[in-house]
Design a protein around this ligand. Sequence first.
Ligand SMILES: Cc1cc2nc3c(=O)[nH]c(=O)nc-3n(C[C@H](O)[C@H](O)[C@H](O)COP(=O)(O)OP(=O)(O)OC[C@H]3O[C@@H](n4cnc5c(N)ncnc54)[C@H](O)[C@@H]3O)c2cc1C
Length: 512
Amino acid sequence: MDADVIIAGAGPAGLMLAGELCLAGVRPLVLERQPRLREIPKANGFNGLIVELLRYRGLLDRVEAASGRPVLPAPAAPFGGVHLDFSHLADPPLRAVHLPQSRLERLLSERAGELGACIRRGHEVTGLSQGDATVTAGVRGPDGPYRVTARYLAGCDGARSRVREAAGIPFPGTTYPEVNRLAEASVRDPVTRLDNGELDVPGLGRIRAGFTRTDRGVFGFGSLASGVLLIQTTEDEPAGVDDDAPMTLTEFSGSIRRVLGADLPLADVTRLSRYGFAARQAERYRDGRILLAGDAAHQFPATGIGINVGMLDAVNLAWKLAAAIAGWAPPGLLDTYHHERHFAGARALLQTQAQVALRRGQDPAAQALRDLFTELLADEQPARRLGALIAGTSIRYPMPGSHQHALAGTFAPDLTLHTSQGPTSVAELMHTARPIFLDLAGRSDLRETAREWQPRVDVRSAETDQRPADALLIRPDARIAWAAATGEPAGTAEPTLREALSYWFGPKLPLR
Ligand SMILES: Cc1cc2nc3c(=O)[nH]c(=O)nc-3n(C[C@H](O)[C@H](O)[C@H](O)COP(=O)(O)OP(=O)(O)OC[C@H]3O[C@@H](n4cnc5c(N)ncnc54)[C@H](O)[C@@H]3O)c2cc1C
């Protein structure tokens, strides 16, 4: 056996999975086909629940240092051509990180390496076979082909996943003809940038910042904090595109000419990239010893979604894989990865496909839909609801058992905790990614029960100012597996706590 887990692909999902596996005591082998860290620009940032999770792992300082900007609540977000305004909300539902994907990958790569992951760049997974106890990958490396064998293999190898194909997992859905091209640049003579932010294009006239719809597509531009312009075109091209193939300036200039009907000479061009849109989801996220995460498992037809959902897949999968490798995973634990994350992916598909319907139509009826949506979103409740859907914070995983507390399946709130060792918080306790039984009401009966699962589960006592429950059982991915209602009489919660502990962490451990 060469490794416990092989991870194909060192994008955000694969690198996050590598770090989380290391925290859970498993040393993964990451195989990445590119010889160096990513050069083709993809995401310029990300948002959503993963920002909270990174904070819960104590990584937000590093993220902010790499970004050079603090992580702040997003005052607005685009939604299918409609502008979602959160600026009037006291606590906006989204927090945005401005960090180019290449720098995110460098950060995650360094972190996974520090924790003990082995990352081989320039090693492409070319084929797979699995048996009852192992999975073997064929690899093409700098010194030629070789094979590696592990207990499990995670396909984090992007939308065109070789792993998914080799495992025979269908990837149904729709590829939209829309192709977006973008670049950061400044404009050259004879185009002028006016003081009011407009562009004056000879032969065409003035173009306002934002989006301009023409017969051939959409042209958009805006000024970044650095003063440089972010310029984008959107056209329909039935042939589709490969996001991973580099884009040239000639291709971008040609697209601008087609959409605007005029040339737009550019200078200081950086970050040339292109992306298409598809709505696809793998039918299964697991096939025996092969698992899929990130874009290999789903593609969304809107920006700003993929990193959040993909890295959250990784966080959900890691501790379950580690439990299977350590030998204590209860039956069905690994399958909950598919159930929970396929459900989360389907919710993300729902909102991103709705965005397609909102942005694509050019006729008056489509514009009326956008106008009506804009009116509705001026109200706080729908704006919050949509914000939570984008962030993924409204996802509540279905939990086993009949009488579930309302918190079960939700992301654990970051309570401020007062303990005998001093103040702490749920976020701080989650740095090590360990499961925690948290007694918030001096419930020695429940603490004694939870201790039967030590050392698999940490048992903590604390007081908190606004107690949402008498006790919480929190999984390594910061999801609440079980909660005791406040003021519940002694004896009533214990059987359901035992059930939850056995369901997630296996049979209780023999007394030592
Ligand atoms: C132009 C553009 C802009 C985007 N903007 C945003 C944004 O603002 N916010 C956002 O959240 N998302 C954005 N996205 C989407 C985001 O980039 C993806 O969702 C994200 O990269 C998915 O991460 P991943 O780790 O699943 O896959 P990927 O990032 O695709 O990583 C897969 C890795 O696997 C490697 N690989 C592939 N095949 C093999 C193989 N056979 N063997 C070994 N290695 C292999 C690849 O080289 C790659 O490094 C954007 C995408 C594009 C193209």
